[in-house]
Design a protein around this ligand. Structure first.
Ligand code: O7M
Length: 234
């Protein structure tokens, strides 16, 4: 780890965003004990954990603090409200130990600006969603949302591993912003395809936390990623 990264709120994600495994675990289990067990066992293969509503509603918000002591936590509340409410949500997530948050972009630039300000820039903005319905409303607006994320100083965007060609398009728009990409495994996407198309990190949920051995499942995706990265270098 670089000693030059300061301990401002969210420093951990800055550290994590110097990629190691290029994998983020979507920890969508509802029970705190399960969450901690899975996070601890898969930790050697992860750069961060993404926490969404199932775990916060099931285990309570303090689970964010507990897991943030193991690894950087990205709070995926898909924040989508007026600027003031967005700011209040981001402040609470950061207070609990989040290193970054995830916001929707369709609410507009003033709402996103509030998230960027309240998080010190540690926001990922959802562009086109990975599920089939993501084509209906998010796909037609994804490119404008990606451009807005860049203009407003977000840290990165979320783009679908289920449509790698769309990751490539988003990369053209966002330049050096980070791209994190869900849809690997249970939704049919492949980690290596997402990275090849321009993603910096893949997000993996069920393929790890529903596996009989989550650490082994995480290792097998990490191996696929390392193999791809080695081939890319040579
Ligand atoms: O690997 P899975 O399919 O079990 O989980 C994927 C995770 O990524 C899950 O937490 C979803 O909420 C999230 N996600 C998507 O699956 N698709 C999207 O388009 C966006 C997200 C996401 O993380 O948004 C921030």
């Amino acid at each position: 780890m670089s000693a030059t990264i300061p301990k401002y709120p969210g420093y951990a994600i800055a550290r994590a965003m110097v990629p190691k495994s290029r994998m983020i675990l979507a920890l969508d289990v509802a029970e705190g004990g399960d969450a901690l067990r899975i996070a601890k066992s898969a930790r050697p293969y992860l750069d961060a954990v993404k926490i969404n509503w199932p775990l916060v509603l099931g285990a309570g918000p303090k689970i964010i603090t507990k897991i943030s002591k193991l690894m950087p936590v990205i709070c995926d509340f898909k924040i989508a409200d007026i600027p003031n409410t967005d700011r209040l949500i981001v402040e609470q997530a950061m207070r609990l130990g989040a290193s970054a948050v995830i916001a929707h972009g369709f609410t507009g630039s003033d709402s996103l600006k509030a998230c960027v300000e309240a998080s010190g820039g540690k926001v990922f903005v959802v562009t086109e969603m990975s599920h089939p319905g993501g084509k209906e409303f998010t796909q037609p607006n994804a490119e404008r949302i990606a451009a807005m994320a860049k203009e407003q100083g977000a840290m990165g965007i979320v783009a679908p591993a289920t449509r790698p060609e769309r990751i490539a398009r988003m990369r053209e728009i966002v330049g050096g912003l980070k791209i994190i990409s869900p849809g690997v495994g249970a939704q049919g996407g492949r980690a290596s395809d997402a990275l090849r198309s321009g993603a910096d990190f893949v997000i993996v949920g069920r393929a790890i936390y529903e596996a009989a051995d989550p650490a082994e499942a995480a290792k097998s995706i990490a191996d696929e990623i390392s193999k791809y990265l080695r081939e890319r270098k040579s």
